[in-house]
Design a protein around this ligand. Structure first.
Ligand code: LLP
Length: 424
């Protein structure tokens, strides 16, 4: 049987008229576990990681998976076993890393609003580095560390003021963003950090945005960060590592981000040229490790043709797949078993009571009630951003490995959704 690979979707292919992820027929999973259902390919995740590992071969580099992209325990376990550390942004994420068997020493803690309790727990767990985002945070971290008789390892997140050329909600490296320390304040902030006895300066970091599909913002940001490294070290403060953040985009709809290894060949050439090739490097990729490794399966509940719009109402919704509603993001939607013939043009929408609850607009699909569809590129920022809005239990998750399908999260029941609540 000839397999027809879907562009940009590793491990996803039609065999005959049926969609498979690795060697598992997706319709079988939908029937067995119900819909909506997230299904991830282990091989696709490991292949995405391998591209970075190839890029860094022979270098001192630590990949810290930005787990906000998909923080399901089995996914974390997979990356931990493959040698990854983790970029976390909350105490909750730290607990997940520990529950999944991750190594606290390889954890870096990002985010503009760490609480004292989160700092304390992270220090007690022995995380590798705090990526500090403000001068006020330095003072608080210093106090918390001293109260524990510890020195907190810190890196300062600098804002290189480069345009990542991505959606404004996911662009973080510009002056108007809440993230990082302004370029001009960096040296003074490092001097302040170095003078605090509860802190130990270990690195510098930046992150300029997400779903970046061009090389130039990375190359520009690297130049600016290296200028800062030079200035900081000239002032007598040694930086053990340089962390370039995450942000590499994926193919949602014909997007053509550079492959991770090709991008890093260029970035490493620049590092070498500027004399920093031997430095310990860190990166924080999220989306590019998991985004194209997953799909969300959904069933067509009703077809509702109209005068202006035809609606294809499915059982997945904005609570499962929030990206279209939040960012007008595009996810391809394909049938698990394509029907012959033309079909119509449909807005694919969910059951949630909001006009913003759409998954795809004006899609050419030949569908009938009861058909199964796959929303593609759903491995990143879908389940991790899912909610219980409309008291919809969150979907189940499957990790496929060859012919095997592992249930890694059972479907939430209605009782699960209100288990924390009490009546008066
Ligand atoms: N490091 C830091 C400090 C970050 O803030 C982020 C993402 C990452 C790393 C990972 O970036 P990635 O490699 O995944 O692009 N919910 C949005 C994306 C938000 C990204 C937030 N920060 C979306 O669905 O597009």
């Amino acid at each position: 049987m000839t397999a027809q690979q879907l562009p940009g979707q590793p491990q996803l292919a039609y065999r005959g008229n049926e969609l498979f992820l690795e060697d598992v027929r997706l319709a079988d999973l939908a029937h067995q576990y119900g819909t909506p259902l997230f299904v991830y390919s282990k091989a696709a995740m490991l292949a995405a990681l391998a591209a970075y590992q190839r890029g860094f071969a022979g270098r001192k580099a630590q990949i810290c998976y930005a787990m906000k992209a998909n923080s399901s325990l089995a996914v974390l376990q997979l990356f931990a076993r493959a040698g990854c550390g983790f970029d976390i942004v909350s105490g909750g994420e730290l607990e997940r890393v520990l529950a999944a068997g991750g190594d606290a020493a390889k954890v870096i803690f990002s985010g503009v609003g760490k609480t004292r309790a989160e700092m304390r727990r992270a220090l007690q767990a022995g995380i590798g580095c705090f990526n500090v985002e403000s001068e006020a945070e330095l003072d608080v971290l210093n106090e918390v560390a001293l109260s524990l008789g510890q020195r907190a390892p810190v890196s300062i997140r600098v804002n290189p003021n480069v345009d990542a050329k991505t959606h404004p909600y996911i662009s973080t490296g510009l002056k108007g963003n809440k993230f990082g320390i302004a370029h001009e304040r960096t040296l003074a902030t490092y001097q302040r950090a170095a003078a605090l006895s509860g802190l130990k300066v270990v690195g510098i970091d930046c992150h300029i945005g997400s779903q970046i599909t061009q090389e130039s913002p990375y190359l520009d940001a690297m130049d600016r960060v290296l200028d800062l490294v030079q200035a900081i070290e000239a002032a007598g403060i040694t930086l053990h590592h340089i962390d370039f953040g995450g942000g590499l985009g994926i193919d949602y709809n014909g997007d053509t981000p550079p492959p991770a290894d090709a991008l890093w060949r260029k970035l490493l050439a620049k590092l070498d040229a500027r004399g920093y090739g031997e430095r310990q490097l860190m990166i924080e990729p999220g989306r590019s490790l998991v985004g194209n490794a997953g799909v969300c399966l959904t069933e067509v509940l009703y077809l509702k043709p109209g005068e202006q719009k035809n609606f294809c109402i499915v059982d997945a919704a904005m609570n499962d797949l929030p990206r279209p509603a939040m960012y007008e993001a595009y996810h391809q939607i394909v049938p698990l078993a394509p029907r012959a013939g033309q079909g119509g043009t449909w807005d694919v929408v969910g059951p949630v009571c909001e006009s913003g609850d759409w998954l795809g607009r004006d899609r050419a699909l030949n569908v009938q009630t009861g058909d199964l569809l796959a929303v593609l590129s759903a491995g990143a920022y879908c389940m991790s951003m899912a909610s219980n809005y409309n008291t919809r239990g969150r979907a189940a998750e499957i990790l496929v490995d060859g012919t095997q399908a592992h249930l890694i999260r059972r479907r939430e029941s209605a009782a699960d959704t209100f288990a924390q609540e009490t009546l008066l």
